[in-house]
Design a binder for this molecule. Structure first.
Ligand SMILES: Nc1ncnc2c1ncn2[C@@H]1O[C@H](COP(=O)(O)OP(=O)(O)OP(=O)(O)O)[C@@H](O)[C@H]1O
Ligand SMILES: [Mg+2]
Length: 332
């Protein structure tokens, strides 16, 4: 092996990077800080958030929103930083790079990514649809003729897909539908009903420890937020969040329904036998798995570290570039 092999999960909230033989080499918020107007110098992730805190010269940019590339310049800085970090000091041989992207990502955004990686010094760049990556990362063997179901609920998007023969048999991609939208809906509810403005970390905490799908014993959580310029605390209940959760879950259920009805009967019975796989950070939402099982009528398991399924899948793809080439969009 000459050049390194690098796998990137370019998530809306988090960018995760694997280097072949080294495992996970980076896991950073998908954000960059660039200098002033020219945007020449870039800093990645956590350091960007820290640096921008005390420096008015730095602009914070989020290259991905709702699963889509919304800022081509920022994505170039981000991919440049990520590849430089993964490659390290070994700069003689160019790396091969696999980037997992939203399956519904339009062509111009794909092109922007391919160019960004090439500009960053990649020898070959492959774009892999994230449901395929998620399935491989979760250990599903999608090279055979059997059908497999994967559901990935991330921060910015949701994907539901049936895969077989290394490709997608049927799929639905829900851009802008994920943990962040659920968080915004909860924040809007709290603002409306309690007059309290919440910060992002508090919203994340509510999503992770109070929000719950389906019938359950009521829970309470005391949180702090702002009323004008002063801090106030408010007690929230899981019951009052039910409408927000219904709104969040309904489109996921419909997507699952549609994907299964688009799937040939033989593959559907493979799935009913084997069960489905739930991935993505927001796949950890309490009660979601159970609600999906009830709707589907078959088992749906969760990947052990569901937020890492996709990046693990890019690592698997790096080991199988030749086999998987035909499902990729790539330039060499
Ligand atoms: N325990 C939990 N319960 C509910 N939601 C959670 C939990 N832990 C994390 N999340 C949510 O998971 C989301 C992050 O998931 P993930 O890292 O898979 O997203 P991403 O890959 O960056 O985004 P995307 O794939 O949508 O582009 C956040 O919205 C976060 O609120
Ligand atoms: Mg993701």
């Amino acid at each position: 092996m000459l050049g390194k092999k690098v796998g990137i999960d370019l998530g809306t909230s988090c960018t995760r990077v694997i280097a072949k033989g080294e495992g996970l080499v980076a896991s950073e918020p998908t954000v960059v800080a660039v200098h002033g107007r020219d945007g020449a110098v870039g800093v990645l992730g956590g350091s960007a958030l820290e640096d921008a805190g005390g420096n008015a010269e730095l602009r914070l940019l989020r290259p991905v929103a709702g699963g889509e590339i919304v800022d081509a310049d920022a994505v170039r800085v981000l991919i440049g930083q990520v590849i430089a970090r993964a490659v390290g000091r070994q700069r003689i041989f160019k790396p091969d790079v696999v980037i997992a992207v939203m399956s519904g990502m339009p062509g111009d955004q794909r092109r922007a990514l391919l160019e960004a990686a090439t500009f960053a010094g990649a020898r070959t760049v492959y774009l892999l649809d994230s449901p395929i990556a998620a399935a491989m990362g979760a250990g599903l063997r999608i090279s055979g003729a059997n059908g497999h179901l994967v559901i990935d609920v991330g921060a910015g998007k949701t994907e539901v897909a049936v895969l077989a023969l290394e490709g997608t048999i049927s799929g639905r991609c829900l851009p802008r539908h994920g943990g962040e939208r659920l968080g915004s809906a909860i924040a809007a509810h709290v603002q409306r009903e309690h007059g309290v403005a919440l910060t992002s970390p508090v919203i994340e905490d509510i999503v992770a420890s109070l929000a719950r799908v389906g019938p359950h014993e009521e829970r309470r959580l005391e949180v702090e937020g702002g009323i004008g310029s002063r801090l106030a605390s408010v007690v929230l209940t899981s019951t009052e969040l039910a409408p927000c959760l219904d709104e969040h879950v309904r489109p996921i259920m419909s997507a699952l329904d549609e994907v299964l009805s688009d799937t040939p009967a033989a593959l559907r019975s493979d799935i009913a036998r084997e069960g489905g796989m739930l991935c993505g950070g927001a796949g950890r939402l309490e009660g979601l798995g159970r609600a999906l099982v009830a709707a589907a009528g078959f088992d749906i398991r969760s990947d052990r570290e569901p937020q890492l399924s996709v990046v693990r899948g890019t690592g698997y793809a790096l080991d199988n570039l030749d086999v998987l080439k035909r499902t990729f969009m790539y330039i060499r």
